[in-house]
Ligand binder design. Structure first.
Ligand code: NAD
Length: 354
């Protein structure tokens, strides 16, 4: 039985994870702390909002007094930190925000966990913590940087070479998590996952963007030649991996969560068009994103060998299920693609063809 703080739980993966834990775990309490930025939506959680084990608090992970109150009131023993600014394009527009939220927010959370879990909070040499406590930082494969076409996949000990302000902020946050473990003995682990897709993903990301544009017969804006390769994991498999780490992972360890589903963006877009019966002429190549990484791929042998985790979904079936979900959830889509999203879209892709 755990009392879990889930930060960023109104976003894409966080909301799926809350639903997953409620269905698969005896967690005593799930407290979802989310600032409800443009990416956070309580509409992602309507089906579980009245579950007695679940509580939503609107707030910022950088708000230390709020964190202290939540740790004390709910006797939190587990933190899963999803909260972050997550879109690479937005990080190119406003890197300072990413530094502030992703690094500053993670450090504030670590400090709150340290103060509340340490057996002797005032003794800076104390490395003993309340039993059963643990901090899981949800990170990304993007911290490793870009991989040449034939190079072997990134392992957990591969060097960090982030290329975007987003990945630099996530890599920095990971280093703070490591430092809190090394310096203070705080029970922490890190997951680094490949690209996720599935229900409730905000339409600015590749797969939902392309599904929704194809459905509306709008051009599908594809960066550069579209040959950037990503490894794709269905979000429910990311949730089962995170639960495996919470249940059996070692503190101080990093776990890559890869799917070995490598596809170029162009291949993904073609699959979506084919599934929807739409013509490839809808594809519109736009000027590439600055510093766009060519390839990510993860070696997931640690999580498979040590924790026995395997993805349960095949890529094609999961993509079809995702497309069906977007087809069947018009109201959600309308709520997400409101005026401010349309303004953002116009800014990002207007007059952007090479
Ligand atoms: N989506 C992916 O493919 C992917 C892959 C690997 C890792 N990740 C990581 O997983 C996590 C979740 O990703 P996602 O795609 O669900 O993101 P998302 O953008 O959908 O959700 C982020 C959530 O964090 C909240 N948030 C932002 N700033 C906050 C703050 N200061 N305080 C509290 N809440 C705040 C937002 O309101 C939103 O609900 C991120 O840390 C991301 O780096 C994502």
């Amino acid at each position: 039985m755990r009392n879990v703080l889930i930060t960023g739980g109104a976003g894409f993966i966080g909301s799926n994870f809350i639903r997953y834990l409620l269905n698969h775990d005896a967690a005593e309490k799930l407290v979802n702390l989310d600032a409800l930025t443009y990416a956070g939506h309580l509409e992602n959680l309507v089906d579980i909002q009245s579950d007695s084990r679940y509580l939503f608090i609107q707030g910022d992970i950088r708000n230390r007094p709020l964190l202290d109150a939540l740790f004390a009131e709910h006797e939190l023993d587990t933190v899963v930190n999803f909260a972050a600014e997550t879109h690479v394009d937005r990080s190119i527009e406003d890197p300072a925000l990413f530094l502030n939220v992703n690094v500053g927010g993670t450090q504030t959370l670590l400090e709150a966990a340290l103060q509340h879990w340490r057996l002797k909070p005032d003794d800076k040499h104390c490395r003993e913590y309340r039993r059963g406590c643990g901090f899981l930082q949800v990170s990304t494969d993007e911290v490793y940087g870009s991989l040449p076409p034939a190079a072997p996949s990134f392992r957990e000990d591969s060097p960090l070479k982030p290329n975007s302000p987003y990945s630099a902020s996530k890599a920095s946050a990971d280093q703070f998590v490591r430092a809190y473990h090394q310096t203070y003995g705080l029970p922490c682990s890190i997951s680094r996952c490949c690209n996720n897709f599935g229900p409730y993903q905000f339409p600015e990301k590749l797969i939902p963007l392309m599904i929704l544009n194809a459905l509306a017969d709008k051009p599908l804006p594809l960066y550069g030649d579209g040959l950037q390769i990503r490894d794709w994991l269905y979000v429910e498999d990311q949730c089962s991996a995170l639960k495996a780490i919470l249940d059996n992972g070692q503190f101080g360890d990093i776990y890559n969560i890869g799917a070995t589903n490598e596809f170029s963006n162009l291949e993904i877009v073609r699959m979506i068009l084919h599934e929807l019966g739409k013509p490839e002429s809808l594809i519109e190549h736009v000027v590439d994103r600055p510093g766009h990484d060519r390839r990510y791929a993860l070696d997931n042998s640690r999580i498979t060998n040590e924790l026995g985790w395997r993805p349960a979904h095949t890529f094609r079936k999961a993509l079809k299920a995702t497309i069906d979900w977007y087809l069947n959830n018009h109201t959600w889509v309308e709520q997400m693609t409101n005026t401010s999203y349309q303004d953002y879209y116009a800014r990002m892709y207007a007059a952007d063809t090479p």
